[in-house]
Design a protein around this ligand. Structure first.
Ligand code: IPE
Ligand code: IPE
Ligand code: MG
Length: 260
């Protein structure tokens, strides 16, 4: 049985507000510290318009910029964007290389605004496999923004949740092999600290665009108790108001963490 609080209809009405009004409403309540986003649907956005898939990726960059601005304006501490998965290498060569160039160029192009907004860029994922010039370009932005103290923008790039767990197991196994750690003493803390996200809190809210009901190898350990919000909107059409709508709905949820 679903029990609806008397505030639910009001929340549905509020969701129709524009970006500025929504911002005002959600700011009046605690906002999540960490929002993660599976930015999906660029290809479909382009195909529906008779355009090549890469046109959707180009448009997707604009949506990512809007999401960063909205997250910063709202005062989120962490925004994680899933930009390229380990499985995305299986796409046509041309699409992969365009994505690589686009990601590196757009991250670099955003540097002045990231500095202005005091945003710190971090990357999670395996650096090996990424073309060296792309890796160098991204590393440069990470270095330049590392002292910024505002929003932390986490880009999941060449990221796979299973690879992250494998890398964590390797780290923990090394500690056990060296005698520093006993197998029976391994706890959640040891695993969490061995992940790429070791000093980042788990996401409170996970957004997926384009309507797919799956997690696609994203933050498998970290999303154990994350609230999910899935919208049919394709990523290039996702704007700041959509991010705020997700937060509005999050604020109406009851998180139980297995309790009552
Ligand atoms: C998301 O859009 C971007 C990446 C995965 C890099 P897609 O390219 O997956 O778009 P669809 O899902 O095919 O529409
Ligand atoms: C997830 O989207 C990966 C990114 C958004 C980078 P995909 O389009 O790769 O996921 P699937 O293939 O639909 O599961
Ligand atoms: Mg997709």
């Amino acid at each position: 049985m679903t029990v609806k609080s008397s505030r639910e209809p009001a929340r549905a009405e509020l969701a129709k507000l524009g970006e500025a009004e929504l911002l005002e409403v959600i700011r009046a309540q605690p906002v999540p510290a960490h929002v993660a986003v599976i930015m999906d649907g660029n290809g479909r956005w382009a195909t529906r318009r008779g355009l090549p898939r890469v046109a959707g990726h180009r448009e997707g960059v604009k949506a990512a910029r809007a999401a960063v601005r909205a997250a910063d304006t709202l005062g989120l501490q962490y925004l994680t964007l899933y930009a390229f998965s380990t499985e995305n290498w299986s796409r046509p060569k041309q699409e992969v290389s365009t994505l690589m160039t686009l990601l590196e160029r757009s991250i670099h192009g955003e540097l002045p605004e990231l500095m202005e907004r005091n945003v710190r860029l971090r990357i999670i994922g395996r650096p090996n496999g990424v073309p060296p010039p792309v890796q160098r370009g991204i590393d440069e932005v990470v270095r330049q923004t590392e002292r910024n103290t505002g929003l932390t923008l986490v880009m999941a790039f060449n990221y796979g949740g299973r690879d992250e767990l494998i890398d964590a197991f390797r780290l923990v196994a090394r500690r056990v092999a060296s005698g520093e750690l006993q197998p029976e003493d391994i706890s959640e803390v040891h695993v969490s600290r061995a992940l790429y996200t070791k000093d980042i809190p788990n996401p409170d809210l996970l957004i997926r665009t384009s309507g797919e009901m799956r997690v696609s190898n994203f933050l498998l350990w970290q999303i154990a108790y994350t609230e999910l919000w899935i919208t049919p909107t394709l990523w290039p059409d996702f704007g700041g108001a959509d991010l705020y709508r997700a937060v509005l709905e999050f604020q109406g949820r009851t998180r139980r963490f297995g309790g009552v």
